[in-house]
Design a protein. Structure first.
Lengths: 382, 417
């Protein structure tokens, strides 16, 4: 067990990007989740050229990680490459891979914990929560040059958690029921005791003190034990945004990465005032609003003591980021998000409309798997 | 005190509606008792000793059948045959639905494995029956056709019983479905060979296989289309769709029996046609109701009772064991030697073990042949039937072992308090 008070932050090139996607493995017979991850990896002959493919907590999940990249175009190429490798290999095993934040109708007691020490530890510690954690998220890593910058950016990005949630929401169905939420996935994450927001610490040194406290009380052994919405990741030299649902397509995943990169660039450049203690008062409520209502969320603003509709705040923010998008070469991705914020036709809306059209959740999942199998339009353009 | 018989007769004089005292148990009542006995033995073997339930069902039928205790005579077995036909038919319908040509198209090495294991099994068994046992070429081919396939009912029920999921399970199910399809085709050709060999009757030698194949395919296709057409008007996965699936399957069974076409082949064709023709997934998500386990008990109790255990001798037993060994090695080698880049060797070996079962379908195929030439088939069919009898007990265990070793099974759910 390493001493968390001595944790070193590995500096990385600013605004470097990395994307992790947790994906569903479904049976082609009924499109229910199936236990397939170990077999899939066991028969996979792949050289990691686009990034890693790894086990996740249960056997019905698989995680793909892009390589660290400087721009969104390279991220799109990695994600599309990983998508293609997985889709082809899944076909050989008579299963399909699919995006979305939750599986619409799986029965969580049927899930099986993946082999490995870490997964056994989580199962031992969290009991049934570990099987219920069969939900699927996108994590976005943004490189920062120092631990102090990582702590500041963590607080600054916390303010924008509802924006990420609304743009990525893709989990309206759970337990064969329309939950009424745009993103029901985050409710599964909230059950964990170490979920929520990073503590109000001013810099890296204060963060290390906090970690030492957690370690001395036996609460956390490593950063991996903390399921915060946004957290520093010292070994990668990044700040990790963890609140997005896995989108239905790699295009949307690329667009969310572009949004994170533009937003981080804007925040680090402008350094707007950030008051973590005040934000903490409304953070859970604002996240709930975005999960429940998506683009129609009403966000509480504790500084101005008012509420702000996300439907006006989000387009304004995207407009504000246009210059950064031009400089970073990701204007097409940001423009698509602007169109999305204007139409409110995100993945959750697509899932509901498709369910209306098909009338059953099996066909809905089949359509979602077909959607994920489509090649990235950004790679075709390149 | 008055003995029961006299008491009954005394009552009969006063109560006009009373029948004479029954001399023996009604066959249906006896059969029902056997089903319960089969169920209890199966559950005990499963819960206490970790054995497959199927072994218990077969044991109950075999012990009570004409070959051992004789509680179930041939008449009673014949009475239950339509129910067993329906059970096997429904299980073969499910097996046919596992014949996934899209998967074979996406993974050609699976096709190579399927052809290798079935082809090697046929050639090995044929050679063994011809050279080691001394059967005629026609009956050697019949023996090979009957025993080359894996047992679909056993594999399917073992997967369900253990809630198995994974590549070993999926591939065992697929290879079983393909070996069944190949076995049925070869069986139809063999029917012609047997006609030619036994009676020199060339008209029947040509027309009978055509009747069997075309009749089964016609019934299967027509019933699949009918089921899809009616089910398309119902909600997907609804109870109404389950009802339609079962009802049309029973219709197919009835028509097949009327036209003297093998039930198992017609229902297998129907399952395969449902899988291939159902482009919009009308019935793809509709499963047979849990009640098909009740039918499975009937099937295996009847199968157990049909086993010719009274004809088991040292020589026939050794010949049957020889066939099982030759067949087992051929099937195992066919899977292990192919698909090297597709599945790790350890899992290929487990698939090779999982496809070993041999049982009900073989026995029912044997019954089809025996019905055509009862006077000669008894001795000629003894070898495959005894092999099936021995594998009835070993097959489910081997299949379960493969799924369990692959880590693909789930422990049985805890009983509710």
């Amino acid at each position: 067990m390493s001493d968390l008070s001595q944790l070193r932050f590995t500096p990385s090139r600013p605004l470097t990007l990395g994307v992790e996607l947790e994906l569903q493995l479904v049976s082609l017979r009924d499109y229910d989740l199936t236990r397939a991850a170990t077999d899939l990896l066991g028969g996979l002959h792949y050289d990691d050229r686009f990034g890693e493919i790894k086990l996740e907590i249960t056997e019905s999940m698989i995680e793909v990680n892009s390589r660290p990249r400087q721009d969104v175009t390279a991220i799109a190429a990695d994600l599309d490459g990983l998508r293609q490798v997985l889709v082809e290999h899944c076909q050989r095993n008579n299963i399909a891979v699919c995006g979305g934040g939750t599986h619409a109708f799986h029965h969580w007691p049927e899930r099986r914990i993946s082999p490995g020490e870490r997964f056994a530890f989580l199962n031992e510690r969290y009991g049934y929560l570990s099987k219920q954690f069969t939900v699927f998220g996108q994590h976005i890593h943004i490189g920062v040059p120092s631990g102090d910058d990582a702590i500041w950016l963590t607080h600054a990005l916390n303010l924008h958690v509802p924006h990420f949630v609304a743009l990525s929401a893709a989990s309206p169905y759970l337990d064969a029921t329309d939950t009424g939420f745009e993103s029901a996935r985050l409710n599964a994450v909230s059950a964990f005791p170490l979920s929520g927001q990073a503590p109000d610490v001013a810099d890296w040194a204060a963060f290390l003190d906090h970690m030492a406290l957690l370690q001395s009380c036996g609460v956390a052994e490593s950063i991996k034990d903390l399921y915060w919405d946004v957290r520093p990741k010292p070994e990668y030299g990044t700040v990790e945004v963890r609140v997005c649902d896995t989108p239905l397509t790699v295009d949307r995943a690329t667009e969310l990465a572009a949004f994170a990169q533009c937003l981080a660039r804007y925040l680090l450049r402008e350094r707007p005032p950030v008051v973590p203690a005040m934000q903490a008062l409304v953070a859970r409520y604002n996240k709930f609003q975005a999960c429940r209502f998506g683009f129609a969320a009403e966000l509480a603003d504790p500084l101005r003591r008012c509420k702000t509709p996300l439907a006006t705040a989000l387009p304004a923010l995207l407009e504000q980021l246009a210059g950064d998008a031009d400089d970073l070469g990701c204007r097409p991705q940001l423009d698509r998000l602007r169109a999305l914020a204007a139409s409110h036709q995100g993945d959750a809306a697509w899932l509901r409309q498709t369910y209306q059209a098909t009338g059953n959740l099996h066909d809905l999942t089949r359509a979602a798997a077909d959607e994920f199998a489509r090649p990235s339009s950004y790679c075709a353009q390149a | 005190m008055m003995p029961p018989r006299q008491g009954w007769e005394a009552l009969q004089e006063r109560l006009l509606f009373l029948p004479p005292l029954p001399e023996q148990l009604d066959p249906l009542a006896l059969f029902a008792l056997l089903l319960v006995a089969g169920l209890l033995v199966g559950e005990t073997l499963f819960r206490r000793f970790g054995l497959s339930r199927i072994v218990g069902y077969v044991l109950a039928g075999a012990v009570a059948g004409p070959g051992v205790l004789g509680w179930l005579d041939r008449e009673t077995v014949a009475l239950a045959k339509p129910v067993a036909d329906a059970a096997l038919g429904l299980l073969l319908l499910e097996t046919g639905r596992h014949l996934d040509l899209r998967w074979l198209n996406a993974n050609r090495s699976l096709l190579a494995s399927a052809l290798a294991e079935s082809g090697l099994a046929f050639v090995s068994i044929f050679t063994f029956a011809l050279l080691a046992v001394g059967l005629s070429p026609g009956w050697s081919a019949a023996t090979a056709a009957i025993t080359m396939a894996s047992a679909p009912a056993v594999v399917l029920l073992t997967a369900q019983e253990n809630r198995a999921q994974g590549q070993v399970t999926q591939r065992t199910l697929l290879l079983t479905a393909i070996s069944c399809a190949l076995s049925f085709v070869v069986f139809a050709l063999v029917l012609g060979v047997v006609h030619a060999e036994q009676a020199g009757d060339w008209l029947n030698a040509i027309v009978h296989p055509l009747w069997v194949v075309c009749g089964s395919a016609g019934i299967g296709l027509a019933c699949a289309r009918l089921a899809l057409a009616i089910a398309a008007r119902q909600a997907k996965g609804s109870a109404a769709q389950v009802f339609i699936l079962v009802a049309v399957a029973l219709l197919a069974i009835g028509v097949a029996r009327m036209l003297a076409v093998p039930v198992f082949l017609s229902l297998f064709m129907m399952g395969a046609a449902l899988n291939l023709a159902d482009q919009t997934k009308v019935l793809a998500y509709t499963r047979l109701p849990e009640g098909h386990w009740t039918l499975a008990i009937v099937l295996f109790v009847v199968t157990g009772a049909m086993l010719p255990l009274d004809k088991l001798s040292w020589l026939t037993g050794l010949q049957a064991i020889g066939l099982i060994v030759v067949r087992g090695l051929a099937k195992f080698a066919g899977v292990v030697l192919t698909g090297r880049n597709d599945l790790p060797a350890a899992k290929r070996r487990l698939v090779g073990v999982g496809i070993q079962p041999l049982s009900a379908t073989a026995i029912f195929m044997g019954a089809e042949l025996a019905a055509i030439y009862p006077e000669v088939s008894g001795q000629a069919l003894l070898l495959p039937l005894l092999a099936a009898a021995l594998m009835e007990l070993a097959g489910p265990q081997l299949c379960r072992y493969a799924f369990k070793q692959a880590g693909e099974t789930e422990p049985p759910p805890e009983p509710r308090r």
